[in-house]
Design a protein around this ligand. Structure first.
Ligand code: HEC
Ligand code: HEC
Ligand code: HEC
Length: 428
């Protein structure tokens, strides 16, 4: 059913698109001579550096081992892979000939300098919220980077997704351009919202998407889908068994780790690694805003007798947990705190991953282990991919869900683990 709807939806878009693509072809903005780096004010460049950290620009605009901002990183989307562009000031392969107006238009309207439509894998649906002053600073920052000549691959998409003009129709329907109206939240919360919704583009992962791959406005930050990882909700009832304080969110965002909540892993590790270079006041503002959106926490269901899990399986899970996990996750039997440098893990009763509605993130943690945030030394959790079978990890999951989270066990856990194992480790 979902598939049928999806094809009908795509067909409808196509028909509308064919019309608008030709009616609305955007103009090219004239090329300029590459501005000299010293024509930009140093304070403006420094402000731009902070904003680039908040916007995580490097995540998608630097390939593994490649030069900063030279692009080539493949952004995986449900329809195919789109490569982050070269946004260094190289005149031929980068944005060296882009005027400020061309840059501002790309961030607000998702258009290249020559008027070509860009894919929303570039999160301009969020960047459109950014103010003129901040865009000017980002432009100054990018135009003063080292120019690198590098041509990035074309998007790897099937027909009709590979026809850029069709994006005109998608934008007409879903791109809500410009700043969001102020709603009198007060300075700090207002700043936090501006960053979360704009440069931070947190909703790109944390808001669920509809059939058109557009964020659902009525489920703002209520948890998003990804292939190997689940992006937990940040608003409403969160999955963490204890509420997040603003200080905890702030240390999680810029240090990759928070007391009582654990590490930022998988795609979130990458986000935190970039946010560590952002100004502390901005991180605090985002944290304060996010706390204001939480309404409750994951409640253990009082009745877990409905779990149809055989008790031998729970018992096997406990034995394995005692042997493989407890020494790090329960210090001397005492459910202590974890801290970087100690190799002591979070008491798992506090883990968001364990309280999530499916076991994807749990499986990621156990199969691939945990690295210390921001490349700090030590503090490891080894990956158990080579040590435990899918069935054994599933038994541990059953035991932990039943005993520590006091919730029903996850369905089809061994299949899910096998799936994630076959995808291999996602680098970011
Ligand atoms: C989630 C990934 C992602 C992030 C984060 C991201 N971009 Fe991009 N960006 C892309 C992709 C993918 C493209 C290419 C889109 C296409 O080919 O249609 C792109 C294209 C662009 C372009 C157009 C370049 C051209 O030659 O057409 C600019 C300018 C740009 N990004 C600037 C930025 C800035 C500035 C930031 C940080 C504030 C940023 N991007 C963050 C994914 C990202
Ligand atoms: C590329 C996808 C992605 C983006 C962008 C992203 N996140 Fe996340 N986020 C995740 C994933 C995946 C997790 C789960 C990671 C884990 O459990 O270690 C997560 C976890 C979190 C958590 C912990 C939630 C909990 O209950 O445990 C917070 C807080 C968070 N993100 C905040 C943010 C903020 C703020 C932004 C924007 C600045 C953001 N995220 C952008 C993918 C993303
Ligand atoms: C050598 C010590 C060590 C061992 C052994 C170990 N862990 Fe960990 N584990 C850690 C550390 C350190 C972290 C990161 C801090 C944190 O988030 O708890 C972690 C994190 C986790 C997390 C993520 C918690 C969260 O939501 O942030 C899960 C789930 C987890 N471990 C499960 C297990 C399971 C299951 C086993 C046994 C199969 C295991 N660990 C064995 C040290 C260990």
């Amino acid at each position: 059913m979902k598939k049928v709807l999806l094809s009908i939806a795509r067909l409808a878009v196509l028909v509308v698109a064919a019309f608008f693509a030709f009616a609305l072809s955007p103009a090219e903005i004239d090329a300029i001579e590459r501005p000299a780096a010293d024509s930009f004010d140093a304070d403006l460049v420094a402000k731009g550096r902070d904003l680039a950290a908040l916007g995580n620009c490097l995540t998608c605009h630097q390939s593994e081992g490649g030069a900063p901002y030279a692009g080539g990183y493949g952004v995986e989307t449900p329809v195919g892979t789109i490569y982050g562009s070269n946004i260094t000031p190289d005149p031929e392969t980068g944005i060296g000939r882009w005027s400020k107006a061309a840059f501002v238009r790309s961030m607000r309207e998702g258009l290249g300098r020559e008027g070509e439509h860009l894919y929303p894998a570039f999160p301009y649906t969020h960047f459109t919220r950014v103010t003129d002053g901040d865009l000017e600073a980002l432009y100054a920052f990018l135009m003063t980077r080292q120019a690198v000549a590098k041509t990035v691959p074309n998007p790897d998409l099937p027909f009709p997704m590979n026809v850029r003009p069709l994006l005109a129709a998608w934008k007409l329907l879903f791109l809500d351009e410009g700043a969001a109206p102020s709603d009198g939240l007060g300075d700090e919360l207002e700043r936090g919202r501006y960053l979360v919704d704009g440069l931070g583009h947190c909703g790109a992962c944390h808001t669920p998407r509809n059939l058109f791959l557009t964020e659902k406005t009525d489920a703002y930050l209520r948890g998003g889908e990804a292939s190997g990882w689940a992006n937990p909700p940040l608003a409403g009832d969160i999955h963490s068994p204890s509420p997040w304080t603003a200080v905890q969110i702030a240390t999680y965002l810029d240090g990759g780790f928070a007391e009582a909540h654990g590490v930022a892993a998988g795609p979130m590790a990458e986000v935190a690694a970039k946010l560590k270079d952002a100004p502390a006041a901005d991180i605090s503002a985002m944290a304060a805003y996010l706390v204001s959106l939480q309404t409750g926490v994951a409640m253990p269901s009082a009745d877990n007798s409905k779990t149809a899990t055989p008790s031998e399986r729970i018992a096997l899970g406990e034995t394995l947990y005692r042997g493989a996990c407890a020494r790090c996750h329960e210090a001397n039997g005492q459910r202590g705190t974890s801290a970087p440098g100690s190799s002591q893990g979070l008491p798992l009763a506090q883990s968001t991953a364990l309280h999530a509605p499916d076991g994807r993130n749990f499986a990621q943690f156990v199969l691939h282990g945990v690295e210390a945030p921001n490349g700090e030394a030590g503090w490891p959790m080894p990956g158990f991919a080579d040590l435990l079978t899918d069935e054994q990890i599933a038994a541990i999951a059953d035991y932990l869900r039943h005993e520590l989270a006091q919730q029903s066990v996850w369905d089809d856990m061994s299949e899910r683990i096998a799936d994630i194992r076959s995808q291999g480790e996602v680098a970011r």
